[in-house]
Design a protein around this ligand. Structure first.
Ligand code: ZN
Length: 315
């Protein structure tokens, strides 16, 4: 039996719309790419600051990555605001366009210089120019003077620069690809913070030699964790059963101790992830351990919600 076009799921509902929407993302990305490269060109021409040549520890092309992020920002912005999902094929396309943009910028710069050979006045070719600039790569000395050209090694740094620019361009689209998405409404879901649940007692200094004290402290921590887990499980039951009043009563109780809870070494973060059109969504719990730079976040649980429940929590 041959599938008719209407019943073929891969070509049926989203075909033409996806094409139309992808082009919006692509056009926005190309606009920010052109603007960014124009900015770099002006910066290079007017000042002594060459952002593309900015490296951390001589190996990480920070400047190229930053420029790549700026150039590709239009892809991400258009996707976020229009709700057009970043697909795998779109990611590949962004990568190809970033590479094309890099070489286009090189070519435009080359073309604007009208270079000729000194010996006979014949025009310099683009490949010749690209080779010469790659080989001329040199680290700026501490006193500000240029160092020795690196020759063939210059290609390694040119390669890092191209890689940084292309990979930098994928950062924002990749982050968006991980975001929760409502397939039915074709838009990204929103995340709303609902509160924190204590999962430990405050940090206490116990001497290493005090074995009994350490054991007691450990038991106290375990009890606090179990209590927190119990609260989370109760919330999950209320959420799954769409018991809005009971759910919100617990949230209100948690709200009163929120400041102290935030300071604890371990706590649960409660989130409502929902589509703000159809209110499909999940009750998501994450475990937070540590503070500040040492903060570690892990997924703890996720409960599917009735749209009526998500809507009532949002109001
Ligand atoms: Zn939706």
């Amino acid at each position: 039996m041959n599938p008719t076009p209407e019943t073929n799921p891969s070509s049926a509902p989203f075909g033409p719309q996806e094409e139309r929407s992808h082009s919006l993302v692509l056009i926005s990305g190309l606009v920010t790419t052109v603007l960014t490269l124009l900015g770099i060109y002006v910066l290079d021409a007017r000042t002594d600051f060459h952002i593309m040549g900015l490296y951390a520890n001589y190996i990480l092309p920070v400047g190229a990555i930053l420029v790549g992020v700026a150039a590709s920002s239009g892809y991400g912005l258009a996707s976020w605001f229009s709700g057009i999902k970043i697909t795998r094929s779109l990611l590949w396309l962004v990568l190809v366009l970033q590479l094309a943009a890099y070489f286009a910028a090189q070519y435009i710069e080359f073309n604007s210089r009208h270079l000729v050979h000194l010996r006979d006045g014949t025009p310099v070719g683009f490949i010749e120019y690209f080779d010469a600039t790659a080989r001329a790569f040199a680290w700026k000395q501490n006193d500000g003077s240029p160092g020795n050209p690196m020759g063939a090694w210059g290609y390694a740094f040119r390669g890092l620069e191209i890689l940084g620019f292309a990979a930098g361009g994928l950062i924002v689209p990749l982050v968006l690809r991980k975001k929760p998405y409502c397939q039915a409404c074709q838009r990204y879901m929103r995340t709303r913070q609902l509160g924190l649940v204590p999962a430990s007692v405050p940090v206490k200094k116990v001497k290493k030699s005090d074995a009994a004290g350490l054991a007691a402290y450990e038991a106290e921590q375990q009890q606090a964790f179990d209590r927190g887990k119990q609260t989370v499980e109760t919330l999950q039951q209320h959420a799954a059963g769409a018991k809005t009043t009971d759910f919100q009563k617990i949230l209100a109780e948690l709200e009163t101790g929120k400041k102290q809870t935030a300071k604890l070494p371990r706590r649960f973060n409660l989130q409502l992830v929902h589509c703000n059109r159809c209110y499909a969504g999940q009750f998501v719990v994450k475990q937070l351990v540590g503070q500040g730079k040492q903060l570690k976040q892990t997924d703890f649980s996720s409960t599917e919600l009735h749209s009526e429940f998500a809507r009532s929590i949002c109001q």
